[in-house]
Design a binder for this molecule. Structure first.
Ligand SMILES: CC(C)(COP(=O)(O)OP(=O)(O)OC[C@H]1O[C@@H](n2cnc3c(N)ncnc32)[C@H](O)[C@@H]1OP(=O)(O)O)[C@@H](O)C(=O)NCCC(=O)NCCS
Length: 138
């Protein structure tokens, strides 16, 4: 698998991959929002390709204080072969280059398999925090 930075032209392929892998897609996943994400985080939004076909994706965002991981996905038939780990390793190494101190990500409470995946690659489950959100645009 070759990893490269995501381009807006990849949007339709990536959106299909997210849908196929049951990622919950919302307003922030519309093309113009992904465009904004890519403009702010060109170095940390990545796709993985095999024979020119996108098989994995992850978006990393750095807000100047923390790194955030969004929408990691690996094509269903290629899961459990180490590709997710490789994508995360590339993203983490880029966050390290940017001198990011700590990286956060959110997992749906019922997504037990993904919790195990992140623990397996070194993330620590936080039980001392509760997430609060405020929606500014419906
Ligand atoms: C989560 C996801 C990206 C993992 O990608 P993957 O390529 O299947 O994972 P890997 O093969 O790289 O696994 C890395 C490690 O996690 C472990 N792991 C992977 N899936 C696991 C699972 N379901 N349960 C337990 N451990 C798991 C692997 O055993 C591996 O450990 P090892 O290297 O010690 O053998 C992939 O399953 C996916 O696309 N899921 C659907 C989308 C999703 O839910 N994304 C997360 C949004 S928060």
């Amino acid at each position: 698998m070759d990893i490269r930075e995501m381009k807006l032209a990849d949007y339709e392929d990536i959106y299909r991959l997210w849908k196929e892998t049951d990622i919950i897609l919302k307003r922030s996943d519309q093309k113009q929002e992904i465009d904004r994400m890519l403009k702010r985080n060109p170095y940390t939004c990545l796709v993985g390709e095999i024979d020119g076909v996108i098989v994995s994706v992850v978006m990393g965002g750095f807000d100047g204080r923390r790194g955030y991981v969004h929408h990691l996905a690996v094509k269903k038939e290629l899961q459990k072969q180490g590709l997710g780990r490789i994508m995360m390793e590339e993203l983490i190494s880029r966050f390290q280059e940017l001198k990011v101190i700590k990286v956060h990500l959110f997992v749906e409470e019922n997504n037990k398999a993904v919790k195990e995946f992140y623990k397996n690659i070194g993330f620590e489950e936080r039980t001392d925090l509760t997430d609060f959100s405020l929606t500014l645009i419906e």
